[in-house]
Design a protein. Structure first.
Length: 245
């Protein structure tokens, strides 16, 4: 019987929600975070028993402090942390504003950085951290300069974490999704036409003949969170259907 407790940041939709549902089916206790009350309540209602939701804004350090405090009080220590919360706002390099830069970095890198830092005291020995990055780190896409930089920064952090946290029994690994059908495209500011063109392109060029779904990523995340990956450190599993071959 699985009795692990795992936190998923940004777990109300897309990859985070799919991972939460998958873990719950395997008898994990799952804690998700979300930025809006409506989405959080809807997600927890769908996930059902053994799921708990907390309102939390990854870009706010005080909100992360509050989140850790609440989880510690209710659950004590946890077995795993999936750092999944992230945003994508499409913009070409020359048109990128300081606000867009700051918003992206505050969530995708700064927020992720301090989420890991502040959760360390309540992570068990052994425990697992999984970072959600992207294939943009090694394959160039237009209109993604800041997003790419934020994900590359997050990947570079993983090596250091594995050295500095080794004596605490905390391991860090990476899941690197390809273009995945999820609400992130709509939230990015892309038009419906642009989204459809993007998804159709990757569906037609992928060796698997379709776009990657959040449910394709969930088993990989579970593997990295579980004891099956105890010996892995700084591994990156690319889940893109072979589009970057």
């Amino acid at each position: 019987m699985n009795n692990k407790t795992v936190v998923i940041t940004g777990g109300t939709t897309g990859i985070g929600f799919a991972c939460a549902a998958y873990l719950l089916d395997l008898n994990y206790k799952v804690i998700i975070t979300g930025r809006t009350k409506e989405n959080l309540e809807k997600a927890v209602s769908k996930l059902g028993e053994n799921s708990t939701g907390f309102l939390s804004d990854t870009s706010s350090l005080s909100a992360i402090d509050d989140l850790v405090f609440k989880i510690k009080n209710e659950f004590g220590k946890i077995d795993g942390l999936f750092v999944n919360a992230g945003i994508f706002k499409a913009s070409n390099f020359e048109g990128t504003t300081e606000d867009l830069f700051d918003d992206t970095m505050n969530v995708n890198f700064k927020g992720a950085f301090f989420t890991v830092q502040k959760f360390i005291p309540i992570l068990k020995n052994p425990s697992s951290i999984v970072l959600n990055t992207s294939i943009v780190v090694f394959k160039a896409f237009t209109n993604t300069s800041v997003y790419t930089a934020s994900k590359a920064a997050l990947e570079s952090l993983s090596k250091v974490l594995n050295i500095e946290l080794a004596d605490k029994g905390i391991r860090t690994n990476i899941v690197s999704p390809g273009v995945t059908e999820s609400p992130i495209q709509k939230k990015s500011g892309m038009t419906d036409t642009a989204i459809n063109e993007l998804l159709n392109h990757f569906s037609s060029t992928s060796p698997i003949g379709r776009i990657v779904q959040p449910t394709d990523i969930a088993p990989i995340v579970e593997f990295l969170l579980s004891d099956k990956s105890l010996v892995l450190r700084n591994e990156k599993i690319i889940v893109d259907g072979g589009t970057t071959l």
